[in-house]
Design a binder for this molecule. Structure first.
Ligand code: SF4
Length: 400
């Protein structure tokens, strides 16, 4: 389908029955905007068929292996110039818990992670702290870095030296910043969250978050494709968007992937309420919201897409999410907590493997970069030998 079509306002004409949309998806047809809306808004009476079709499409493209990446979560800095109303990660300088990791901390955490079998170092940080905070500009100077991305590049080198593959999610970056980080990263990422500009309006979750402008985020996702960076993106459910806006967001990601082929995985993440955020009393998306979004993602993105749900945010929904078409659980750490959702512990890997097994799936470890991107077309020559060596080493390991 034409990518521009994906961004037009949803039409509300006469709806084709959901069963017919599912049959067209299973026959290999690429679904359009009205199809995606019909699926994500389907009545409960169609849910069994929706889940079965999404599961069947996943089986055709991905089989019954479900993957995860064993990682260390490195919160390089939790200072952030934005103020998303659902965020518990960000801090101002001087706040209790405000923290920028030192090079020694980055090396020590990476080393410990590698000892525990981790392969990925997730570089996670707030958006553009140097623009907002004089204190952080001084910190960068003391660390000998000219900018936040430059310090992240150094963090990547430190993690690589300890045997981990970096994956950077540093928020909104320029083409030049991504190009500078490419040789030091196996893959990179930025959540789209949602394509709707409405969420930036007064009273919306992104009113005070200039870096959450969906046009800017789509531009970065496009530029990552132009730079041939294997890229992770996704949508965030439950921040005030409608189901139709979730579907339009999936279509926008698909359109970018059709142009560049670079979106290695699409995350469908659910908002979790926390006591210390402005959205503390906002309702969380329920299980059926997630199932509808996951199944729609699979059916819209196709059999070969990698569709991911974070298992720590829905510990009781492992089996239903597998049935609804996912093939990946994302990063799971034996060492560090999920700093974005610190109240949600990672699942124990052996127990997760058992649950997958009982549901008819095999849990398998993967690198941060998916196997289909481990080739000269996608890897920067500076990091390619390390990625290939790690891929060979992982293949020789027995445990998931
Ligand atoms: S969600 Fe990200 S961009 Fe928004 S306030 Fe938190 S750290 Fe900053």
């Amino acid at each position: 389908m034409d990518s521009e079509t994906a961004l037009t306002a949803p039409s509300r004409g006469t709806r084709e029955p959901v069963r017919e949309v599912l049959d067209r998806a299973l026959s290999g047809e690429i679904l359009g905007q009205d199809d995606a809306l019909a699926l994500i808004e389907c009545p409960e009476s169609d849910l069994v068929d929706l889940i079965a079709a999404a599961g069947e499409l996943r089986d055709r493209g991905k089989g019954r292996d479900v993957t995860y990446s064993r990682k260390v979560f490195l919160p390089i800095t939790n200072l952030c110039r934005d103020r998303c109303t659902y965020c518990t990660f960000r801090k101002d300088p001087g706040d209790p818990g405000a923290w920028t990791m030192t090079p020694d901390e980055i090396s020590a955490w990476s080393r410990r992670g590698a000892e525990l079998g981790c392969k990925e170092a997730l570089m996670c940080l707030g958006d553009k702290p140097e623009v907002a905070f004089r204190e952080f500009r001084e910190t960068l100077r003391e660390l000998g870095a000219g900018s936040t991305p430059e310090y992240v590049a150094r963090a990547c080198q430190l993690a690589l030296a300890e045997g981990l593959l970096p994956h950077t999610n540093a928020g909104l970056m320029t083409r030049e910043e991504m190009a500078m980080l490419r040789p030091h990263n196996a893959s990179m990422g930025l959540m789209l969250e949602n394509i709707s500009p409405r969420l930036r309006a007064r009273g919306g979750p992104h009113q005070w978050a200039p870096d959450k402008d969906p046009n800017l985020r789509m531009r970065m996702i496009e530029e990552a494709g132009e730079l041939r960076i294997p890229f992770t993106s996704g949508i965030l459910l439950g921040i005030g968007e409608t189901p139709a806006e979730r579907a339009l967001s999936l279509l926008a990601l698909r359109a970018s992937h059709e142009r560049h082929g670079h979106i290695q995985e699409v995350i469908v993440q659910n908002f979790r309420a926390k006591p210390d955020i402005p959205m503390a009393s906002a309702p969380e998306p329920d299980d059926l919201d997630m199932v509808r979004a996951l199944a729609t993602a699979r059916l819209v993105l196709g059999p070969r897409a990698n569709v991911q749900a974070p298992p720590n945010l829905s510990p009781n929904q492992i089996e239903i999410f597998l049935r609804a078409g996912i093939n990946d659980w994302g990063g799971i750490s034996p060492l560090t907590k999920d700093y974005v959702n610190p109240e949600s512990p990672w699942p124990h890997l052996e127990r997760l493997a058992q649950r997958c097994d009982r549901a008819g799936f095999r849990l398998k470890q993967r690198l941060t970069i998916y196997p289909e991107y481990i080739n000269d077309n996608w890897l920067d020559p500076a990091i390619a030998p390390t990625v290939r060596a790690m891929q060979a080493r992982m293949a020789g390991e027995e445990k998931p």
